[in-house]
Design a protein around this ligand. Structure first.
Ligand code: NAD
Ligand code: IPM
Ligand code: MN
Length: 358
C-alpha cells in the first residue's frame, strides 16, 4: 500500500459536520486496501479567527505545504455576512490558501447520479445523461485584483485582471481533460464588454489551435447561465474565470440535484486541495441534516487525482451510488415526486456509505 499524509481543515458550520465523513471514508479505504493514511488537523475561517485572530494561521499553511493532500470543509459565519464593515473575514483564509498553494485550477464535476433524476427542480428528461466538467480559474480575476475604497467611503472598486499565462495554463489543463472525455470545450466569458474577457478569449483561441481534435465554442456568461438549464447535455468541459465559474457552478449544482452533491478538486503547482463547492450553510448548521456526499465525493477525487488510486476512488463513488439506490436521502436530495425515500441526517447517511464500502 501507499503512505500519505492528509491535512484535514473542517472549517466552520456544516464544514465540520460533513468533513468528518469525508475523513471516515478515507480511513475506511486505507484499512480496506492496506494503505496508511495519517491525518493532521488545521484551523481556518471563523474558528481560526476566534482561536488566533487570523483566518489562516501560519501553522495551518505550514501543515498544508507539507501534506500530500488537503481535505477542506467550508468557512463562513453569519456574523461577517451581516456586517460588511468587518475587516478580518473567514473567506480571506480560503482565498489566501488557494493563492499560497498555487491552486489555479478548480475542477468541479457535475455528475448526475441516475438515482437523483427526480431530486432536481429541473425536468428528468432534460437532465438524463448530463455530465459536465467545469474548469474554474481560481487564483486570478476580480477576486485578486486591487481593491479600493475612497477615504469618504462612498466609492469602491475591485479590479478584474487576468494575465496571459494565467489563462494559458488553465486552458491547457481544460483541453487535456476534454480529450479524455467527449472532446468538446466551451469557454465562457464576457468578451463583448470586458477587456479582461477579450484577453481570455484571444488566449483560448490560440491554445485551441494546439488541440484541433477538440471542438471549441465560446459563449457569453449570460447566455451560458441560460443554456445550462435549457440543455445541460450540450456541455462537456466548461472553461471559465474565477467569478463566472463560482456563479455558474452553484447554478449547475441543480443539474446534480443539490449543492450537497458537488465535490471539487483544486490543483496547480503543488499539493491538491479537495472541497465541496458549498459553504458553511448557516441555515442548517448545527442541525445534523447537511448532506455529507459532497465531502465524501471530494475524498474520492483526492484518491484519484492526488494519489492515483483509481480503483479506490471508484469504490467510493460506487458506495455513494449504492446508498442512493437503496433510497437513502438527506433532505436536500429527497425525491420531489414520490414518498419512497428514507430521509436521514448527516451521520446516518455517512454511516450508510461506510457500510456500502465494506
Ligand atoms: P451555502 O453554500 O453555505 O448554502 C447555500 C444553500 O445550500 C443553503 O440553503 C444551504 O442550506 C444549502 N446547502 C449547502 N450545502 C449543503 C449540504 N451539504 N447539504 C444540504 N444543503 C446544503 O452558501 P451561502 O448560504 O451563500 O453562504 C453561507 C456562508 O458560507 C457564507 O459565509 C459564505 O461566505 C460561505 N461560503 C463558503 C464557501 C467555502 O467555504 N468554500 C462556499 C460558499 C459560501
Ligand atoms: C467557493 C466560495 C468561495 C469563492 C468564497 C467563500 C470565497 O463561494 O468556494 O465557491 O467565492 O470562491
Ligand atoms: Mn461559491
Amino acid at each position: 500500500g501507499v503512505e500519505k499524509k492528509i491535512l484535514v481543515i473542517p472549517g466552520d458550520g456544516i464544514g465540520q459536520e460533513v468533513t468528518a465523513w469525508g475523513q471516515k471514508v478515507l480511513t475506511t479505504i486505507a484499512a480496506n486496501f492496506n494503505h496508511t493514511f495519517t491525518f493532521e488537523e488545521g484551523l481556518m475561517g471563523h474558528v481560526a479567527i476566534e482561536a488566533t485572530g487570523d483566518p489562516l494561521p501560519d501553522e495551518t499553511l505550514q501543515k498544508a505545504r507539507s501534506a500530500d493532500a488537503i481535505l477542506f470543509g467550508a468557512i463562513g459565519h453569519a456574523k461577517y455576512d451581516n456586517d460588511p464593515t468587518l475587516k478580518v473575514r473567514p473567506e480571506q483564509g480560503l482565498l489566501k490558501i488557494r493563492k499560497e498553494l498555487g491552486l489555479y485550477a478548480n475542477l468541479r464535476p457535475i455528475k448526475l447520479f441516475d438515482e437523483l433524476l427526480e431530486a432536481s427542480s429541473i425536468k428528468p428528461e432534460i437532465l438524463r445523461g448530463a455530465d459536465i466538467l467545469f474548469f474554474r480559474e481560481l487564483t486570478g480575476d476580480v477576486y485578486f485584483g486591487e481593491k479600493k475604497r475612497t477615504e469618504d467611503r462612498n466609492t469602491a472598486s475591485d479590479l478584474m485582471i487576468y494575465h496571459r499565462y494565467e489563462v494559458e495554463r488553465i486552458a491547457r489543463k481544460a483541453y487535456e481533460a476534454a480529450r479524455t472525455r467527449r472532446s468538446k470545450l466551451c469557454s465562457v466569458d464576457k468578451a463583448n464588454v470586458l477587456e479582461a474577457s477579450r484577453l481570455w478569449r484571444e488566449v483560448v483561441q490560440e491554445i485551441a489551435k494546439e488541440y484541433p481534435d477538440v471542438e471549441t465554442e465560446h459563449m457569453f456568461i449570460d447566455n451560458a447561465a441560460m443554456q445550462l438549464i435549457k440543455d445541460p447535455k450540450r456541455f462537456d468541459v466548461v472553461l471559465t474565470g474565477n467569478l463566472f465559474g463560482d456563479i455558474l457552478t452553484d447554478e449547475a449544482s441543480q443539474i446534480a440535484g443539490s449543492m450537497g452533491m458537488l465535490a471539487s478538486a483544486s490543483v496547480g503547482d503543488q499539493v491538491g486541495f479537495y472541497e465541496p463547492i458549498h459553504g458553511s450553510a448557516h441555515d442548517i448548521a448545527g442541525k445534523g441534516i447537511a448532506n455529507p456526499l459532497a465531502s465524501i465525493l471530494s475524498a474520492a477525487l483526492m484518491l484519484d487525482i492526488s494519489f492515483g488510486l483509481k480503483m479506490e476512488s471508484q469504490r467510493v463513488i460506487k458506495a455513494v451510488e449504492a446508498t442512493l439506490r437503496q433510497g437513502y436521502r438527506t433532505m436536500d436530495i429527497a425525491n420531489k415526486h414520490t414518498v419512497n425515500d428514507f430521509i436521514m441526517g448527516t451521520d446516518a447517511m455517512g454511516a450508510k456509505v461506510l457500510e456500502n464500502l465494506n
